[in-house]
Design a protein around this ligand. Structure first.
Ligand SMILES: Nc1ncnc2c1ncn2[C@@H]1O[C@H](COP(=O)(O)OP(=O)(O)OP(=O)(O)O)[C@@H](O)[C@H]1O
Length: 377
């Protein structure tokens, strides 16, 4: 190569790099702009009452904030009952709350124990849309990192969470949606005052994709898809820009549960924008025969490691294709086997309620994989 070519190459390379950087900067600035719009439209503490068509609500403290909106505690004026109000500015580019409300509508018809009820919805003109939900307690991320000694779930609790989150994901699939953002902050336990603190709920349906319609069990996959999800838990297909399907929610679930069991993930330190690094680490779990064995050595030694069952689940998931209907019951059997091997039973207490027997919902087998009557148009 001539020095000239080399120089041209460098110039082209640096032009490319600066364009790439410009793109990243523009995107970050746009995100910041959207965030500011979102924040300025949100309710404040001294806000007068918020009204829907039939009810009025007083605003309380902020319960959580995400990329698309904020969640507040509210009090219904008619009976002083407390609820959660999830808001989204009417000025943000990507409106997703209406979509989320539609998903919740289907889920509420299913009457699965793993979803909160949406009891009302409304709009404050020119500011924000809102939905009113039953209150839940801490999400699984905050619960582990803020409430537990050593920030760790015990194996019994991790496996009980595994069963309930699996059932929640399956139930979402049964009404025709994929979640596409399975991660600990998107699950929460119920409130003790509602006697629901042994139940795990699925939250946040903003990234849900409808995969079934009446008479169509699965939409035709798109050739290429933009990345959706959270880098740490994303499936291989999500990393590869492929259309996600039921198996991908379960693969994300596997990483989430693995993290709860071994209190680590090999790519834990990677940043959200280091997708390739995370992808390579996930690939290594498959290509290196010893990788899983090494990983599960982090399991506390006094316990019987669920390595075999978690390996069986991952290789089962890796064998599925876009159109596969996963055998949720098979995955559950493996988790149940790991629990029995450690002599945990249906009553072994959860970490956040050690003085009481577990009294949460039991996994139901042989559920229909799709409920046609609940597939909304
Ligand atoms: N019904 C509820 N009761 C109590 N707290 C809730 C409720 N719904 C959501 N939250 C809290 O608010 C947080 C954010 O909620 P959610 O994930 O639905 O919002 P989001 O804006 O879509 O978030 P993200 O952009 O991070 O995905 C949750 O992690 C949870 O802590």
């Amino acid at each position: 190569m001539l020095p000239h070519d080399n120089a041209m190459d460098k110039v082209q390379h640096s032009t490319k790099n600066s364009k790439k950087q410009q793109n990243v900067d523009e995107k970050a600035a746009e995100r910041e702009r959207q965030k500011q719009i979102q924040t300025s439209d949100m309710p404040t503490k001294d806000e007068p009452m918020i009204r829907s068509v039939t009810e009025s609500y007083n605003i309380g403290e902020e319960l959580g904030r995400g990329s698309f909106g904020a969640v507040y505690r509210v009090k219904r004026v008619s009976d002083s009952k407390s609820y959660a109000m999830k808001c989204e500015s009417v000025h943000v580019k990507k409106q997703i709350l209406a979509h989320e409300a539609k998903v919740l509508q289907s889920l509420n018809l299913l009457k699965s124990v793993h979803f909160v009820q949406m009891i009302d919805r409304g709009k404050v003109p020119n500011r924000f849309l809102f939905i009113i939900l039953r209150l839940v307690g801490k999400n699984l991320w905050d619960l582990r990192t803020q409430e537990l000694p050593n920030k760790k779930f015990t194996l019994n609790t991790a496996l009980k969470i595994a069963v309930q989150t699996l059932a929640g994901i399956r139930d979402l699939h049964r009404v025709g949606y994929l979640h596409r953002d399975i991660k600990p902050p998107n699950f929460a336990i119920g409130r003790e005052c509602d006697n629901a603190h042994h139940i795990v709920y699925v939250l946040d349906f903003g990234l849900c994709r409808k995969i079934c319609h009446k008479g169509v069990d699965l939409r035709t996959p798109r050739e290429h898809c933009a990345f959706r999800g959270t880098t740490r838990y994303a499936s291989m297909a999500a990393h590869e820009g492929k259309e996600q399907s039921r198996k991908d929610d379960l693969e994300a679930w596997w990483y989430m549960i693995c993290e709860m069991i071994i209190h680590d993930l090999p790519w834990r330190a990677a940043k959200a924008n280091e997708r390739e690094k995370v992808y390579d680490a996930k690939q290594k779990l498959r290509s290196d025969d010893n990788a899983l064995k090494e990983l599960f050595k982090k399991c506390p030694p006094e316990q019987k490691s669920p390595l075999d069952q978690m390996t069986a689940i991952l290789s089962y998931l890796d064998g599925l294709c876009y159109a596969s209907i996963p055998d949720y019951d098979y995955i559950h059997e493996n988790i149940a086997f790991a629990s029995a091997a450690n002599e945990f039973n249906d009553k072994t207490p959860l970490d956040w309620d050690k003085d009481h027997d577990f009294a949460g919902p039991k996994y139901k087998k042989n559920e229909e994989y799709i409920i046609s009557a609940l597939l909304l148009p």
